[in-house]
Ligand binder design. Sequence first.
Ligand code: ADP
Length: 394
Amino acid sequence: MKIMAVNAGSSSLKYQLLEMPSEFVISSGVIERIGIKDSIFSIKYNGKKVKDTLNIETHKDAVDMLLRKLGELKIVNSLDEIEAIGHRVVHGGEKFKDSVIITQEVIDAIEEVSDLAPLHNPANLTGIKAFSTALPNIPTVAVFDTAFHQTMDPVAYMYSVPYEWYTKYGVRKYGFHGTSHKYVSQRAAKMLGKDIKDTKLIICHIGNGASLCAVDGGKSIDTSMGFTPLAGIPMGTRSGDIDPAIVQFISEKEKKSLDEVIDDLNKKSGYLGLSGFSSDSRDLWDAVASGDKKSILAVQKQAKIIADYIGAYYLTLGRCDAICFTAGIGENASETRKLVVDKIKALGVVLDKKKNAHQSEEMIISTKRSRIKILMIPTNEEVMIARDTVRLIT
Ligand code: ADP
């Protein structure tokens, strides 16, 4: 059964076409710069890569072109072979606690929570609508980044602010990266040879965006991102947690609007803000190697906050079977993993130096002596989308 997993952004559209249940990736690709001059279209299939630069005006054009290419390149013999489409949707608010088959009601509900994710949800919806127009007769499923965290208790998700902010406007912690946290916790349980119900895990999803999650028995009980993805640990360009009074202070000092200050916290902070030159972990580690003090501060600061969260989640969970590293940095940057583990030595964790030098492999990277196992697990959100799609349509 062929399933398409789609992630539509405001100017991009990523997809994977998977054979299920084997989870074999038949083809993957991305269309970037939609609606901007010189759109880039790249497709991988059969060990081959096709890349093209052309003007693609709308998501609808992007979808039409993608479907045409799938036929032309003989990736599918007929579009009827695609049995369903799973769409990533960033925000499901409190309404969606699991993935759902998309109906008009679901579209309306996603629109309703769009003020909670004004950059993401409308873009996700554009992708949903474009595919539904092109392939109107097949089921489509929405997989929400927030759904996995809907198991949190109010003590974890409520902020200590006037209660009406929650009842009137939905101000609470939602958490994101849920699809990744869920995938990694399932893999971790397999690697540990345990029923997921008996596992207590801390997942560190550290990519350009980054969040930690405490997972008890397969359920999220706390996570570091909040009402928006700005909260939690410092990221590529996001600040993570700061004193909110800074927002007003900088707004006055720099004569910036609140929007502009929040934009600085989203786009000019984190690695980029402290290093002053890059949001990319590879650049920072190169600079660290040549002794750049600001880059050293940037990576140390992030590692400290990750370690602080791990400490807190360890106490929340009561014990921990494994700390899992995933996403671009978690999977690849051995240096970051080492920095974090050095800061949580009090938990009795011991990293195996040789194993930690590996990248992007599913493996245990702690020594036998380590009281908590440390796992490196490449995340796979597309597979999770495809699995949920199959679960809901069959
Ligand atoms: P997102 O999906 O949030 O955009 P990713 O999960 O792709 O981000 O992670 C991007 C980050 O991963 C970048 O900071 C990049 O430098 C880092 N990264 C990727 N490969 C490596 C590597 N080999 N060593 C260190 N960092 C890496």
